[in-house]
Design a binder for this molecule. Structure first.
Ligand SMILES: [Zn+2]
Length: 78
């Protein structure tokens, strides 16, 4: 499977629509969901510590029929 061809739903066998899950970032701003390596480390000031870790922007595909979500973390981000 490549990043250019959307996956099909394992339940309905229909093509899934690409999108992303919105996270509330610093200052309640909207941001895309990210996958970060390692275990969760909480910081009092920043919420979660992610500095120096590998992080990937998450693309989530959604099945229009049953609502099934499938996520891929292809793109490295900060
Ligand atoms: Zn489905």
């Amino acid at each position: 499977m490549s990043a250019t061809s959307p996956p099909s739903c394992p339940h309905c066998r229909t093509t899934m629509d690409p999108g992303f899950v919105v996270d509330r970032g610093h200052g309640n701003s909207m941001s895309e969901q990210k996958w970060v390596e390692g275990a969760v480390e909480k910081s009092f000031w920043l919420g979660l510590k992610t500095k120096g870790r590998d992080a990937f922007a998450v693309t989530t595909y959604r099945c229009d029929r049953c609502g099934y979500l499938e996520s891929y973390a292809h793109t490295r981000t900060k």
